[in-house]
Design a protein around this ligand. Structure first.
Ligand code: UDX
Length: 468
């Protein structure tokens, strides 16, 4: 099928590459010439496992092209995916200007029946706004909206996890498609069914529903997941106070199939491009409709505070004034397998350490370049503090002479370091672990002072569990 993807961000690129991989003829549009140039010279502007290889393969077969030509992009695809950004406005609601601009262009250059697919995460009711914009553009061209120049707007939210997006797209848990119950909607349904048929090979995973419910489903899914995380983080703080171990509690509750094991890890708070933005946007939508989403307001507040939890532990152990101290920081990206620094807990943590006078030496397997960029912006007004932050190219380099190691992202390569070596190069053998990577007892046996999230602090000499 002939497909156009509007927006070569994270979602657009993954969608485009995966649809080209299964044999479609995909045209990717972006207004950013720089991104298109990178893609046309064989590069990929984001780090996502498997994506670069897939794009190289499909490009070589001529099944994917990248361009800034808006008219050509509209003319190419019978199906037009809108996958542009919806950044939060100042009030937390989703900014739809790029989505509506894409709709305007489709109306302006449409040359036949178009299935317009909202892939970006957009508030309930956006499909109707897209429809109105396209219709008014067609009318301005004097085209009656019939079957020739007709269109249907479909909601097809993505459920891609960064770092596993290609796999999530190729092997989805479910495909949600919101479709109108009219003649144009029927055409759209057939096209979407054909397009997604290869992903339903073993059993049908597609859930057809009305457009508003599909739009809502995306927000409700992310809100539920964010709620689980804030719930576990709040439980971990209580576990610290009462001397329980959140890891054992996690296993204890996860074994109940109604709860399940996934997404129950306490840590330093959720980050990324989706949860913070979507939780805020849903709270905002509720407000506009006269409802306070009290649970989600709390989810957000808990997450905000959780990003300071490691700092509180550091201050409790080393004092409020950290002048002259050096911290090794492992992990900058908001989660492993990505270089995404959006809302990354490392930003708040490092800012707090620098504000208390500390030096920081940070390492991340892929996010250093992106981290350099965001910290330069975050600290544009504080060059003195920024000068105390260094990025180094190996895990080991962070450690030499540092007062403590702080772990912020659970990259695989951090999971079993050479502890004897680590102990010998740190000035003092102290670890503050924001991702519960190690066993408190094993750390105590190695003579390492180990502070985790919601896990007891083990002291071997007394074998007593002090409160972390
Ligand atoms: C998320 C959703 O999972 C995905 O379906 C949606 O399309 C986009 O948002 P993503 O932002 O890539 O994907 O990351 P995810 O793996 O879900 O993690 C989000 C955040 O939650 C990370 O900061 C992660 O560290 C944190 N997290 C996750 C926890 O703190 N504990 C957990 O148990 C799970």
């Amino acid at each position: 099928m002939k497909i156009t993807i509007i927006g070569t961000g994270y979602v657009g690129l993954v969608t485009g590459a995966c649809l080209a991989e299964i044999g479609n003829d995909v045209f990717c549009l972006d207004v950013d010439q720089r991104k298109i140039d990178i893609l046309n010279s064989g590069g990929v502007p984001i780090h996502e496992p498997g994506l670069q290889e897939m794009i190289a393969r499909t490009r070589a077969h001529g099944r994917i092209t990248f361009s800034t030509d808006v008219k050509a992009s509209v003319e190419h695809g019978d199906v037009q995916f809108i996958a542009v950004g919806t950044p939060p406005d100042e009030d937390g609601s989703a900014d739809l200007q790029y989505v509506l601009e894409a709709a305007r262009n489709i109306g302006r250059y449409s040359n036949g029946f178009k299935v317009i697919v909202d892939k970006s995460t957009v508030p309930v009711g956006t499909a109707e706004r897209v429809r109105a914009v396209v219709a008014s553009e067609l009318e301005a061209r004097g085209l009656a909206v019939g079957m020739t120049h007709g269109f249907s707007v479909v909601s097809n939210p993505e459920f891609l996890k960064e770092g596993a997006a290609v796999d999530d797209f190729m092997r989805p848990d479910r495909i949600v498609i919101g479709i109108d119950d009219d003649a144009a909607g029927q055409i759209a349904r057939e096209k979407m069914k054909r397009l997604y048929a290869p992903f339903n090979r073993n059993h049908e995973r597609t859930l057809y529903m009305d457009v508003r419910s599909a739009e809502f489903t995306k927000y409700a899914a992310n809100a539920m997941l964010a709620t689980r995380i804030s719930f576990m983080n709040e439980m971990s703080n209580l576990a610290d106070r009462v001397g329980a171990d959140i890891e054992q509690v996690r296993r204890g509750i996860g074994s109940d199939p109604r709860i399940g094991y996934h997404f129950l890890y306490a840590g330093v708070g959720y980050g990324g491009s989706c949860f913070p933005k979507d939780v805020q946007a849903l709270v905002r939508t509720a407000g506009e409709n006269g409802q306070n989403l009290r649970i989600l307001e709390a989810v957000e507040a808990v997450n905000h505070d959780q990003k300071e939890v490691l700092v509180e532990k550091i201050v409790k152990r080393l004092g409020a004034d950290l002048t002259g101290r050096t911290f090794a920081v492992w992990g900058l990206a908001f989660k492993p397998n990505t270089d995404d620094m959006r809302e990354a807990p490392s930003r708040r943590l490092i800012a707090a350490l620098l504000a208390r006078g500390a030096h920081v030496r940070a390492y991340d397997p892929v996010a250093i370049e992106e981290a350099r960029r965001v910290f330069a912006l975050d600290f544009a007004d504080a060059p003195e503090a920024l000068a105390r932050l260094a990025f180094v190219t190996t895990q080991d380099e962070t450690l030499v002479g540092a007062d403590a190691l702080v772990i912020v992202t659970e990259w695989k390569e951090f999971k079993s370091p050479d502890f004897a070596h680590l102990k010998s190069v740190l000035k003092t053998p102290v670890i503050f672990d924001g991702r519960n990577l190690y066993e408190p007892l094993a750390m105590a046996e190695l003579g390492i002072d180990y502070y985790a999230i919601g896990r007891p602090y083990v002291q071997l000499d007394t074998r007593s569990d002090a409160r972390g």
